[in-house]
Design a protein around this ligand. Sequence first.
Ligand code: DUC
Ligand code: ZN
Ligand code: ZN
Ligand code: ZN
Length: 486
Amino acid sequence: HAYDLTVRNGRISTDTATFEADIGIKDGVIVAIEKNLAPGREDIDAAGRWVLPGGVDSHVHVEQLSGMGVMCADDFHSATVSAVFGGTTTIIPFAAQHRGMSIPAVIADYAALAREKAVIDYGFHLILANPDETALTVDLPEAIRNGITSLKVYMTYDKLKLDDYQLLDVLALADREGALVMLHAENHDMIRWLAQRLLERGLKAPKFHGVAHDPLAETEATFRAVSLSRLLDVPVLIVHVAGEETVKVLRDARALGAQVHAESCPQYLFLTAEDLDQPGLEGAKFCCSPPPRDGASQEAVWEGLKDGTLGVFSSDHAPYRFDETGKLPKGEETGFKDMANGVPGIELRLPLLFSEGVMAGRITIEQFVALTSTNHARMYGMAPQKGTIAIGSDADLALWNPERETTVTWSMLHDNVGYTPYEGRTLRGWPEVVLSRGRVVVKDNTLNAERGSGRYVARGKPEPMQRAAARQSRGALSAWTKGMKA
Ligand code: DUC
Ligand code: ZN
Ligand code: ZN
Ligand code: ZN
């Protein structure tokens, strides 16, 4: 047989086109896309199914300690199993430095955990908490050479926050080495000041998390991040965009020619601040940072996803159990300042957007592919190996049944969190068969993949950094600033 496997008679979509064809797979790679292929050693009939590139989730937290010292509920096994049941075939979790930890040791630790447990392919971003001389001159260049070509930095959280001077150091380094900087943009002192006033008044219920993290804290920090990026003409990516005004700031910045990219997540389309306002501590299940906002912000995020202001749609899966090991470290006494920030979403990211985006007519199927897969691969240096259906690309495919209706309940999911913020919603469309490098990993609601069968993907230069190099040779910066960046 010319093919190990064929996927026949499906309706294929990429980020730019939809067509009917068969797909031939050999040694885990797509080697043919045309009608009436010869049979393979095995054949899957995809008639009536939509054949899409497997999702790439470029923002997930796995086996990570939060800034507050709470351990994620998902390890590299449960997280990747949950991902693949939801149609995602590649994840980029974080290797998270906390202050005092050596960067090479952090990366080695996460790499060992993933190597042993992951069932789908993965890369890593580095979370950088301590941009000291060794980090900037030795450790980061080495990590970037090893395929960790993006790093996340924080503008808030006592234990992670970098000041603007440090952020400029990191941007200059990323520019030199060809890595993309991801920013958690919230104004630390605005949040701290508001939280202090709330706590002094005894207001500690989960809903006050949304009050302390005022939308302006996100908007201000985003504008500042944009300005730092423009000062040095270095690309940035703002993660987990929540608010209407923030989307406007980003759109205006892009219109000015700023190299500003941005991400949003399901929680900002499908949840609001009102979800945090519930009896007792129940609202903690919807607590993430930035918090979900209101209907106008949900609309703004939809618009941003449609017009390209928000280029990647990730889960920001941050799995904390609803007990003393996670969201409620102090039991009944837990206040909004004690709750781990983050919600699960690795399995439902694609089904939610498919149902409420594609089936509801808000976005096209090609936009869905771009937002959930192709744009991530390009943004983070994995294209064209990941994120598309093309000859030579990995055979990472999801076969969607567009008509299947599913009412979400946590017990059908495969994470370790114990709840889902999307309980009870009915979704249209589901990825019933999922392939990772030509292996049929999910079929008939059953997993077929060994622990550790996922592979590390050493990532190349992110596309924004490739474009930045070309643009700087055109001299967008003054000679003075250019010299200072070097
Ligand atoms: N930032 C994240 O990226 N995820 C969860 C919480 C946070 O602050
Ligand atoms: Zn497991
Ligand atoms: Zn963040
Ligand atoms: Zn996150």
